[in-house]
Design a protein around this ligand. Structure first.
Ligand SMILES: C[S@@+](CC[C@H](N)C(=O)[O-])C[C@H]1O[C@@H](n2cnc3c(N)ncnc32)[C@H](O)[C@@H]1O
Length: 215
């Protein structure tokens, strides 16, 4: 994602301090305690961009706690800004890249993971960097509570095909798949991301799937 200069970055970060998690790895196993209501389920989006999706999800679902994860400095501050403007008490932001989910989350800690328009890493030699690579899936599975779901959407047909193969290679149950999310039964509950708005405006259909990480 293109990173524009953010005016008064330090001031902005200070104003939104309450939503930014410091030293995120130290919260492994105790994430729920950081939220106003620790009894709620915990969902994570890895690669939140400017946070349109995760902030809207937090607003629509006050009965769920959400973690936005975005490593891009200057982008992740946009998530903080939205969380503050909307005074979201069920959203926190991890301002780091997550390479291995097990470094950040304990066994069974997550109720769901969203991957939206993840970077495609098109060259074969970079396949292991894709967020749906089988090694990453194995890490998500280790952090998943019983019944936890993985939801993935992308405009990129090759990445989607790759991801389906990887998910099958892990033996995960695929609950549903659509190649045209906006004209599917799942459209009504769909919350669009920044990239989704951009690509669907160009006429690109959106692929989406939901799989169960732990049964
Ligand atoms: C193509 S953008 C999509 C942003 C947003 N999800 C959307 O749909 O509009 C992918 C984003 O994921 C972030 N990202 C990629 N790998 C990541 C990782 N391992 N941990 C955290 N963020 C990551 C990038 O910095 C980038 O902002």
């Amino acid at each position: 994602m293109r990173q524009r200069k953010v005016k008064n970055l330090d001031m902005l970060l200070a104003a939104c301090d309450a939503w930014a998690v410091k030293d995120p790895k130290t919260h492994k196993g105790s994430w729920r305690k950081l939220f106003a209501d620790p009894s709620l389920p915990l969902y994570v989006e890895i690669g939140s961009g400017k946070g349109r999706f995760i902030c809207e999800m937090a607003r629509l679902h006050p009965d769920v706690n959400f973690l936005a994860v975005e490593g891009g400095a200057k982008i992740n501050v946009r998530i903080l800004q939205k969380a503050k403007d909307w005074n979201l008490s069920n959203l926190l932001v991890i301002m780091e890249y997550i390479e291995d989910a097990r470094d950040f989350f304990a066994e069974g800690e997550l109720d769901g993971i969203y991957l939206n328009f993840s970077d495609p890493w098109p060259k074969a030699r970079n396949a292991k960097r894709r967020l749906t690579h089988r090694n990453k899936l194995a890490a998500y599975e280790a952090c998943a509570a019983d019944g936890a779901v993985l939801q993935f959407k992308t405009d990129n047909d090759a990445l989607f095909a790759f991801s389906l193969d990887e998910i099958r290679s892990r033996g995960l149950l695929i609950r549903w798949v659509t190649r045209d999310l906006h004209h599917s039964p799942y459209a009504a509950r769909n919350v669009e991301t920044e990239y989704e708005l951009k690509f669907s405006a160009k006429g690109k259909s959106i692929n989406c799937l939901q799989a169960v990480l732990k049964r």
